[in-house]
Design a protein around this ligand. Sequence first.
Ligand code: ADP
Ligand code: ASP
Ligand code: MG
Length: 403
Amino acid sequence: MSIVVQKYGGSSVADPEKLRAVAQRVVATKHLGHSVVVVVSAMGKTTDQLLALSKQITPQPDRRELDMLLSTGERISMALLTMAIREEGEEAISFTGSQAGIITNDRHVDARIIEVRPIRVQDELSRGRIVIVAGYQGMSYKREITCLGRGGSDTTAVALAAALKADWCEICSDVDGVYTADPRIVPEATRIPRLSHEETQEMAESGAKVLNAQAVEFAKQHDIAIYARATSGPLPGEDPSSDGTVVQRLSPDASGLVVAVAGERGLFLLRGELPEAGALLSALDDVEASAKQTQIVRTGGSGWRVSMVFAKENLHQADAVRRILRDQFQERASLIEGFGAVSAVGAGINQDFRNTHRGQEALSGLGIEELFTSSLRSSWILPDDRVDEAQRALHRVFFGTGR
Ligand code: ADP
Ligand code: ASP
Ligand code: MG
């Protein structure tokens, strides 16, 4: 029997009425003859509220306790959805991440899945039940509860799809696919019917929230097709790209065309000039602070100029980093808030300088601080409050008239 994994995000399960609508979509999938595994996120803004609650107790919550707290959000929605499915007359059972066999490393708050042992899920599917799994969480090999980093329920879904050898993995949210820009910010953005894993991963790493970067990386490694779709939309038909986006293995044509632009807010820049960079790198590793971008350049003298970009969302130890910079590096490096980034994504876009040139011109006057490029992406760092304007300007230059 074919296995289908569906993931429903926070906005899709935000209240009892929406939970009921999701339950009906799940049951309709089951009635088509599939075995169904459903991964759920926490209801609405629950994770943000839990985080804010912890900050009222302490500015620097312990990472283990934070995971204990944040993992409860998904437990609420898994139990409620299971009840809603039973109300629709189907047999269903819920599991936490650890019960579903999601094994992670021991890096609290942004753990990575290292193995999936879905024995209990398989048992329940063979009994004909629909299985509901709490997203965003697992259990470390030390048997501790861990969370996967913001947006991590997508990763739970893809990892389960891989372990169960599912026929497809559907990521359902409030938007009917992946667009050429965030449609909330750029109304002219259009849906992209098909995308490669590589380009989608770059989009996600550049801030396009619709799919989580680690989830896409997992899908690429295990050759899984992801269908990004609207929860309110139909079930995938003959051609799932006709009303959603299919992210799959596509032979890279490296045509040099920009496929999408993205914006990201809430970045910190760490900047400094140091006699040697090694001590800073190991001090940052000690507090498990991982950067999105790092650049280390030798200065005219004997030192090094360091520039790093951190996502505020996943940097829960900013105060510890500040302390390190003050105590160990006597303020020769500092962590500065208030930045964001906009990116252009596409295989081969930096084969020559034309795209960089166009982007640079489109963003002139918006306070660009730095530019990072790779074979798939160009990312400009600029003030946080210019990001939306910059995303619109980049979209206009790459997708407006004269593309
Ligand atoms: P969920 O809660 O279902 O996981 P998210 O909020 O994580 O949903 O992701 C969906 C949101 O992603 C959309 O509401 C949209 O505003 C945003 N988004 C950002 N970039 C894109 C893009 N390129 N295409 C589609 N949606 C995008
Ligand atoms: N609830 C978690 C978050 O808000 C995980 C997710 O939604 O995927 O980040
Ligand atoms: Mg999400």
